[in-house]
Design a protein around this ligand. Structure first.
Ligand code: FES
Length: 101
């Protein structure tokens, strides 16, 4: 376990995502039905999905509209079995933490 504080509380708006650069990795954290963290880079052409439109658990890549489940990282269209890596994330009294291990 390697929990790391990445943001103050209330800095990711409800029903939105935000991109963070953590140890050289682009991570998207979504505030939707709790916090969810996953790799931010779309497998299609490397756009960031962090600012994609959210519809329930599904985020839409802003570039060409591929979809991912923010809880599992699974790509929803085109390719079967493709997943972005997800990470444990939690809100604590002093901020938002992620475990990158
Ligand atoms: S880069 Fe995400 S759908 Fe094309």
């Amino acid at each position: 376990m390697a929990w790391k504080k990445i943001a103050e509380k209330n800095t990711i708006n409800l029903n939105n995502g935000k991109e963070f650069d953590i140890n050289g990795k682009k991570i998207a954290i979504f505030n939707q039905d709790g916090y969810h963290a996953m790799d931010a880079i779309c497998v299609h052409q490397d756009s960031s999905i962090a600012t994609g439109k959210l519809d329930g658990d599904i985020v839409e890549c802003p570039s060409h509209f591929w979809h991912y489940n923010i809880k599992t990282g699974e790509l929803q269209d085109y390719l079967k079995g493709v997943k972005l890596q997800t990470y444990p994330v939690e809100e604590r009294n002093d901020g938002i933490y992620i475990d990158l291990e």
